[in-house]
Ligand binder design. Structure first.
Ligand code: WT7
Length: 650
């Protein structure tokens, strides 16, 4: 972290907003002034951009750490994303332009999307789903994912989207934690030319989910070819999506929801082995998602907005589905990998559809850099006018590459800091206002109160420290599903009176924020959050493993990679086969994204005299650094031996 800080301090490049962009930008300095004058009035103004059935009577009720926004107000999220766009010319505008990985394409106008959502909502209703019920969604990036989410929102059912890359066990645990009654999945999804058999994985999960009454299956694969092996349908429990929808009317009344009624639960990793069900509600969430989409992305009627995130993550919720659709925008949605069939797939899509706003993760940008400039250079990217990044700190080098080779040196870049918990963007440039610095997320969005603190919780005007939020914001998580004590302990206890995000940061002389990564036991692997404890639990679950310690190590492409130190049980011989078996075991328990890159077998792990594993030293070893302070270790030899062993590994 110290090295990283030193390099960032040397960054002196400045990129003022291009004059032509600034001249017509939607976000202006007046927004900052308005929010500074009266934060709550600013958010009320943003909430007024939505259609409310009943206006709110109180903007914020704050009994720390519990916030209620827009109490007394009633609205429906699906009606805001669809119905209100159907009265004028927008009804015939593309809402979703979709490309499947194999090359199939579909376009839904707002009109067509609304009808499909109405049918899906009626189908769910017929299966017995009512307001407040939880519906799990385990789908690839196909339009049905957005349709299913909006259908739930229409009925007031709470969706829990589980990323399609998660394993059967991860899906099972999430379904059970939320006691979902319906699961929506597909017979498969395409990734690098292969079909990921989602229904088969779902069957394995559902076998241990007593709450599930119905499984709805979208047919993604062409009919006929080996249907049975991809979707074995259980009579009475399983239903084909297209058959259910076929019989339904497209008209389904939108349930009037209280502003604080649940909209969705989304699970995310924390510092324990148990993922947290982050709870988001209706009015505040949609207000922040809608306002940030409009101002941060300078969203206009004619834009084609492509956020490359999967709907399984919060970015997909807020910036593929809710934010853009509430604004009546055209969303580009793509199912598969960026390098399929060739490494220019993204640029082909940009050129074919005339994408104007492109929002992706630094890990993807680093991969594009590695693949070389010839891929973007081969396509016409001149429609792009604004670029964004999210998910992890972007190194200035990747920022510059993005600026030059994707943005032709002409597009502002918004580096947006936020979290599953914040619901929407919190720290970001406004593209027509902010002078950007490569590697800095710049300054808080209007109406967002961020403060740097030291280890004792003392506020710092600048320098290095921890990022905290000092005032509630509309899109904030309301609690952890079923575990409010954990909500309070995780976010509000480290620095009393403040929300602690878990990130280290630096604020420079201009008040710009430079994010330095997580300071807790959470890794950020290719922009995905993975708890070290989760991986450790998966490893010790293997019959041959006695003990495991997992750390993150710096990685060129992924930002962080997973390194595991494993002690095997008495009588077990460490081997290359066992190493591979352990990696597979982790993939089975959590998902492929959690597979460790390195596994080192060791007779002992470095522990303090009280028995605590010294992860800091393991990180030094994994990153090939000189060992830090070892004086508190019970046996300093252990760590020296480990270091030698790590350096010798193949
Ligand atoms: C963590 C949240 C919400 C976006 C997707 C990730 C890191 C996110 C940035 C950024 C530096 C960032 C933080 C944060 N992060 N955006 N622009 N610069 N770091 O959501 O899985 O909830 O992870 O991602 O460490 O705490 P998430």
């Amino acid at each position: 972290m110290a090295d990283q800080l030193a390099t960032l301090l040397l960054e002196e490049r400045r990129f003022p907003p291009p004059a032509a962009f600034a001249a017509r930008a939607i976000g202006t300095p007046a927004l900052y002034h308005a929010a500074a004058r009266d934060r709550l009035a600013f958010w009320e103004e943003q909430a007024r951009a939505l259609d409310w059935i009943t206006p709110w009577t109180s903007v914020l009720t704050w009994s720390p750490p519990h916030a209620r926004w827009f109490d007394g107000g009633r609205l429906n999220v699906a009606a805001n994303c669809l119905d209100r766009h159907l009265t004028g010319a927008r009804r015939n505008k593309a809402a979703i332009i979709w490309e499947g990985e194999p090359g199939d394409r579909r376009v839904y106008t707002y009109w067509a999307l609304a009808r499909e959502v109405g049918r899906a909502a009626n189908a769910l209703k017929r299966l017995g789903v009512v307001k407040g019920d939880r519906v799990a969604i385990y789908l690839p990036m196909i339009p049905e994912a957005a349709i299913a989410m909006l259908a739930c929102a229409r009925l007031g059912a709470v969706h829990s989207v589980v990323f399609g890359g998660f394993s059967a066990e991860s899906l099972r645990d999430r379904i059970n934690d939320a006691t979902a009654t319906v699961l929506i999945t597909a017979d498969g999804g395409y990734r690098r030319g292969q079909v990921l058999p989602l229904k088969r994985i779902a069957d394995e999960a559902v076998a241990q989910c007593p709450s599930i009454e119905h499984v709805v299956v979208v047919r993604r694969r062409p009919a006929g070819e080996g249907d049975e092996s991809f979707a074995e349908m259980t009579e009475g429990r399983d239903h084909w999506w297209h058959r259910l929808l076929d019989r339904e009317s497209p008209d389904c009344p939108a349930e009037p929801m209280e502003a604080e009624d649940l909209l969705f639960i989304l699970y995310t990793s924390g510092t324990t082995g148990q993922p947290k069900g982050i709870v988001h509600t209706t009015g505040g969430y949609l207000t922040q998602a809608t306002a940030t989409t409009r101002y941060v992305f300078d969203l206009r009627e004619e834009d084609i907005f492509w956020c490359t995130a999967d709907v399984g993550w919060i970015t997909g919720h807020s910036y593929v589905v809710y934010g853009p659709l509430a604004n009546g925008a055209t969303v580009l949605m793509y199912e598969g990998a960026p390098d399929w069939p060739e490494r220019d797939r993204f640029w082909k899509i940009v050129a074919r559809h005339g994408v104007t706003i492109f929002y992706t993760a630094p890990t993807a940008i680093r991969a594009f850099m590695k693949w070389g400039t010839k891929h973007p250079a081969a396509h016409d990217l001149s429609t792009l006018r604004l670029l964004g990044t999210v998910g992890e700190p972007i190194n200035p080098e990747a920022w510059m590459w993005y600026h030059e080779h994707i943005g032709r040196g002409a597009c502002p870049i918004v580096d947006t800091w936020w979290q599953t918990e914040t619901g929407g963007i919190m720290i970001t440039a406004l593209p027509g206002v902010t002078t950007t610095k490569p590697g800095s997320a710049t300054t808080p969005f209007p109406g967002i109160s961020v403060e740097l603190v030291d280890t004792t919780g003392k506020a710092l005007a600048k320098g290095g420290g921890f990022l905290t939020l000092t005032e509630p914001w509309p899109g904030m998580l309301r609690t952890i599903y079923g575990d409010d004590a954990r909500y309070q302990a995780t976010y509000w206890s480290r620095f009393p009176g403040r929300y602690f995000a878990g990130d280290g940061a630096k604020v420079d002389d201009d008040g710009y924020w430079w994010l330095l990564g997580r300071v807790d036991d959470v890794l950020n692997v290719a922009g995905h959050r993975i708890g070290t404890m989760e991986v450790e639990s998966a490893l010790v679950d293997h019959p041959d493993v006695a003990e495991a310690a997992v750390v993150g190590k710096a990685h060129d492409l992924k930002g962080q990679a997973i390194a595991a130190f494993v002690t095997v049980k008495e009588g077990v011989k460490p081997s290359a086969e066992l190493r591979e078996d352990l990696r597979e075991h982790v993939a089975r328990k959590i998902g492929a994204i959690a597979k460790p890159d390195d596994i080192l077998f060791s007779a002992d792990l470095p522990k303090t005299r009280s028995g605590k594993i010294m992860r800091r030293l393991l990180k030094d070893i994994a990153e090939g650094r000189a060992l830090g302070d070892t004086t508190t270790l019970a046996d300093p030899n252990v760590v020296a031996r480990l270091k030698e062993q790590y350096e010798d590994k193949e």
